[in-house]
Write a protein that binds this ligand. Structure first.
Ligand SMILES: O=C(O)c1ccc[n+]([C@@H]2O[C@H](COP(=O)([O-])O)[C@@H](O)[C@H]2O)c1
Ligand SMILES: Cc1cc2nc[nH]c2cc1C
Length: 350
């Protein structure tokens, strides 16, 4: 299902920002999870017919859902997938295996139900919002100047915030944007250092020479803008793209609405990094669904101290790895809710 309509009543609850300054202010006052509902989940896990902790990370997922939804028992009945699409001036630098027109072509495919994310969303029982953002007007090539000015940045951020449906039980952000592994790698290099090549991979399928070109483009771009990058949001505006900015907006909107977030691959996690770099703790409501084949993703997760749930050799984006992990989360909750306790089943506890 493609859901691009807003509930009018819910619209009023959705904050939007007039400026990056207002956004930075909001990042200083983020709601925390509810420790009581998290503890209630852990308490039931201890009563279920299994040795304590033997469902491993499935137990962690259930407590995380309860803590961030702020309810016990937590729910998985209204998951939402948001796929944002944007185009990149940097794609002109020969850094992708595909031409930029594929972004728009894939958006049409999402709208018709033909992409991997459509089938995975059906499997999860999730609403899918497909949000193309100004595809005919790519963000500027960061070799020439900042990818976005402040107005363009705030507009894309607000679009991401508005896409999050109030009352969702879980958000899976995803993206589509030819050239965006270069933008994501540039954001990581600018914020976390290392050498550019360490953040570069094959993306949608370039060969070794292409990867070297990508690293050089990132080195030049980040060197050019270094003095203007004071925090994560600056890096996102100067090096990113509208779909990456919108993902960051959706992650923040979810935090403000007590909706836990299942992150996807390298580009999605780079969007999250921008929030984290501006406000440590901003990703406390996020789990990482999988580690992608893009080598920078593993480095990035190590920096964020986030352990991915899955490692499936995915390198697709669209939110696919997050949605597969969300299916796992639903399964974890089913165990939690449906299993018998030791007392109910008459099983000895020791
Ligand atoms: O999510 C990932 O880790 C991931 C890794 C490699 C490629 N992608 C997808 O491939 C596209 C970007 O690849 P590229 O080579 O054009 O930078 C973009 O649409 C992403 O969704 C996504
Ligand atoms: C076909 C295609 C599908 C994608 N989905 C996400 N990124 C993509 C890149 C390409 C090239």
């Amino acid at each position: 299902m493609t859901d691009m309509t807003d509930l009018p009543a819910a619209q009023a609850e959705r904050p939007r920002f007039d400026s990056m300054t207002a956004l930075r202010g909001s990042l200083r006052h983020l709601p925390e999870g509810d420790e009581d509902t998290g503890r209630a989940a852990a308490a039931r896990e201890a009563m279920l017919t299994k040795p304590p902790g033997s469902l491993g990370r499935l137990e962690e997922i259930v407590a995380w859902l309860a803590r961030w939804q702020g309810i016990y028992p937590p729910r998985m009945d209204r998951p939402q997938v948001c796929v944002f699409a944007g185009n990149h001036g940097i794609a002109q630098a020969g850094v992708s295996a595909y031409p930029p027109v594929v972004t728009e072509q894939m958006v049409r495919n999402f709208e018709r139900g033909g992409a991997a994310i459509n089938q995975l969303s059906v499997a999860l029982g999730a609403r899918l919002a497909v949000v193309p953002i100004e595809l005919s007007r790519p963000v500027a090539n960061f070799l020439d100047g900042p990818a976005m000015d402040e107005g363009e940045f705030v507009d894309a951020f607000n679009i991401g915030m508005a896409a999050v449906r109030p009352g969702s039980s879980l958000l899976c952000p995803g993206e589509m944007g030819i050239g965006n592994t270069t933008a994501a790698a540039a954001i990581c290099h600018a914020l976390l250092g290392g050498s550019p090549i360490e953040w570069c991979g094959r993306g949608s399928g370039i060969e070794t020479e292409g990867v070297a070109r990508k690293a050089e483009v990132i080195r030049l771009g980040v060197t050019r803008h270094r003095a203007d990058i004071g925090d994560g949001l600056d890096a996102l505006r100067i090096l990113g793209g509208r779909e990456i900015v919108a993902m960051a907006g959706s992650i923040l909107a979810a935090r403000l609405q007590r909706i836990p977030v299942m992150l996807d691959g390298f580009i999605c996690t780079a969007a999250a990094l921008a929030l984290h770099a501006s406000a440590p703790g901003a990703l406390a409501h996020c789990m990482v669904g999988h580690v992608s084949m893009e080598p920078g993703h593993q480095r990035l997760l190590a920096h964020l101290e986030k352990r991915p749930l899955l490692s499936l050799d995915l390198r697709l984006g669209e939110g696919t790895g997050g949605v597969i992990a969300a299916i796992l989360a639903r399964t974890a909750l089913q165990c939690h809710l449906g299993m018998a306790t030791f007392e109910e089943a008459g099983v000895s506890t020791s």
